[in-house]
Ligand binder design. Structure first.
Ligand code: HEC
Ligand code: HEC
Length: 321
């Protein structure tokens, strides 16, 4: 075999590997200083549903991330205490344990960091400060034993609250989607429409950004970002105000971060309408059309949109009991 032939075969193999489809990993990464234990995930679950962690006693994490449905509130933007609305759509907590950066703009590095934010966000749970949140739990007098089981003694601290909530979130994984079953050899798991969609997301160019086991790009520390809209000036941009929120720039003030957003996962995307950081797009069909136009300068035919949506729907996984 000639040298050229060997090289081209190797190249072919490399592209094959790079474009390989990957199933949902069985476990999410866990930081060394917060090993996963049952006592901690149980405490974290209680805290996730605890409305006393909000100023008005009415809002819990679950209010905006309803775990028995989509892990979101399915509203354009969330409603916190006193009916106040923030500017961004609530992303799902399902599989969030896999992301290397949290929030649409990736401004929190870990689930532990993230969990402390909403408690003192004035338009979310609205506590004055973290001490006030801890005091609420102390005053309830029902948490001491659970903290002891999880952490060895009854002391309640904000770091322990965050660690427990993050541990619970690491159990919110959705394996065994039709797509995962297909990859594991069940060729009947995807029908012809979904299979056409699977080819189309590659051919159209979607997987140049939405790659990897979660379709949110390469797993890199700090998160994987892309500009949205990449191609400015479309009708969609005006209609859905896509360029109004400056994205990552808002937290970094770095010129290069203007309109940069984390590439979000496609896992369970069927359940998490409405779409995009501002929740302005109501259906998955429209979200796919917007993406093709603003990211790839393509107008998809209706049948192509349907095929792609059929494929995206095969990424809905199973929730644990
Ligand atoms: C009032 C609604 C509301 C409440 C209450 C709330 N969140 Fe959120 N959550 C949001 C919104 C909106 C975002 C996205 C904000 C952004 O990206 O700027 C978000 C983002 C997140 C993310 C990031 C997910 C991702 O894909 O990046 C996680 C994880 C999360 N919240 C967990 C929690 C936890 C834990 C609590 C309770 C301590 C909580 N949330 C309380 C609305 C809420
Ligand atoms: C250049 C990179 C890039 C390409 C190519 C791309 N996307 Fe995206 N996609 C993104 C980014 C960034 C976002 C987040 C946008 C935002 O801030 O709301 C996104 C968001 C989405 C969402 C909404 C997710 C949600 O939870 O609201 C869907 C659905 C989606 N993309 C599908 C597709 C499809 C289908 C294609 C191909 C037609 C595609 N994308 C091509 C970068 C890309």
């Amino acid at each position: 075999m000639s040298c050229v032939k060997v090289i081209s075969l190797l190249l072919l193999l490399c592209t094959r590997l790079a474009l390989a489809w990957e199933p949902l990993p069985a476990q999410a990464p866990t930081p060394l200083d917060n090993p996963l234990t049952e006592a901690k995930t149980e405490l974290g679950k209680r805290l996730f549903f605890e409305t006393q962690l909000s100023k008005t006693g009415e809002i819990s994490c679950n209010s905006c991330h309803t775990v028995h449905t989509s892990g979101t509130d399915n509203k354009p933007v969330s409603m916190g205490i006193h009916g106040q609305r923030g500017g961004r759509n609530s992303p799902t907590v399902w599989n969030a344990a896999f992301w290397t950066a949290q929030f649409w703009d990736g401004r929190a590095a870990s689930l532990e960091d993230q969990a402390k934010g909403p408690l003192i966000n004035p338009v979310e749970m609205g506590m004055e400060n973290h001490d006030a949140a801890v005091k609420r739990l102390v005053d309830l007098k029902t948490y001491g034993e659970s903290f002891k089981k999880a952490f060895g003694d009854t002391a309640i601290t904000i770091d322990r609250v965050a660690k427990a909530i993050a541990s619970y979130e690491r159990t919110l994984l959705t394996p065994d989607s039709a797509f995962d079953r297909y990859l594991k050899g069940d060729k009947a798991a995807l029908n012809a429409t979904a299979l056409r969609g699977m080819t189309l997301v590659k051919e159209t160019g979607c997987t140049s950004c939405h790659s990897g086991p979660h379709f949110n790009g390469p797993v890199v520390p700090g998160g994987f970002y892309m500009k949205f809209p990449t191609i400015p000036g479309s009708e969609y941009e005006k209609k859905y105000e896509l360029a109004k929120d400056l994205g990552r720039f808002v937290s970094t003030q770095n010129e290069a971060d203007k309109n940069m957003w984390r590439v979000p996962s496609w896992r369970n995307v069927e359940l998490t309408a409405p779409y995009f950081h501002n929740g302005k797009v109501e259906t998955l069909e429209e979200a796919v059309r917007v993406m093709a136009k603003t990211q790839l300068a393509k107008d998809l035919k209706d049948v192509e949109v349907q095929d792609i949506v059929a494929f995206l729907k095969t990424l809905t996984g199973k929730k644990p009991k």
